[in-house]
Design a protein around this ligand. Structure first.
Ligand SMILES: [Fe+2]
Length: 170
């Protein structure tokens, strides 16, 4: 079962509609600047004013932040992240049944879809097995990712103490 040791929706004391539109603007202006990272993910990095804003918003030390682009018919096989232990992610694209992002229970091998909601942050335990597939033939998937080297449980506790657990009330 997918419990809070895998993921948690998180909200921050920030004007989310403004932040989301700043992120979208940043990404749309830099569509030609996406590059393939060492772990074969197509991404851009957040810096400048947007980067500063995110650093101020997140109550933990950030290890890499940006946006991933998962092209149509793309498959990133089952893995645990190699460096970061958790990440705060946010789906920028419209939700789409062709986006297949699952955790795998290492005991039962059962798959559990990660219930991304567009424009909602989600703390993701990248030390659990997971994979990403984009089964769409046409649409790319854009997902914000704000990495952290600290353990998921520690970051979750910190966020819980700050009142950051839950969905942002749009
Ligand atoms: Fe991953």
């Amino acid at each position: 079962m997918l419990d809070s040791s895998y993921f948690s929706y998180v909200k921050f004391n920030v004007d989310m509609p403004s932040l989301v539109s700043e992120i979208n603007e940043y990404v749309q202006y830099r569509l030609k600047k996406f590059y393939v990272s060492h772990n074969k993910l197509c991404r851009i990095d957040f810096d400048g004013e947007l980067g500063d804003k995110i650093i101020k918003t997140m109550p933990f030390e950030i290890f890499g932040m940006g946006c991933y682009l998962n092209p149509p018919m793309w498959n990133y096989p089952i893995h645990k992240d190699d460096e970061r232990a958790c990440t705060v992610n946010m789906l920028l694209s419209d939700e789409n049944p062709d986006f297949e992002v699952n955790f795998i229970d290492s005991n039962t091998e059962e798959r559990y879809p990660i219930p991304y909601i567009k424009n909602q942050f989600l703390l993701f335990n990248t030390e659990k097995l997971h994979y990403v597939k984009n089964n769409s033939k046409k649409i790319s998937r854009l997902c914000v990712s704000i990495g952290c080297l600290s353990k998921y449980d520690d970051v979750r506790k910190l966020l819980e103490g700050n009142g950051n657990i839950g969905l942002y009330p749009y």
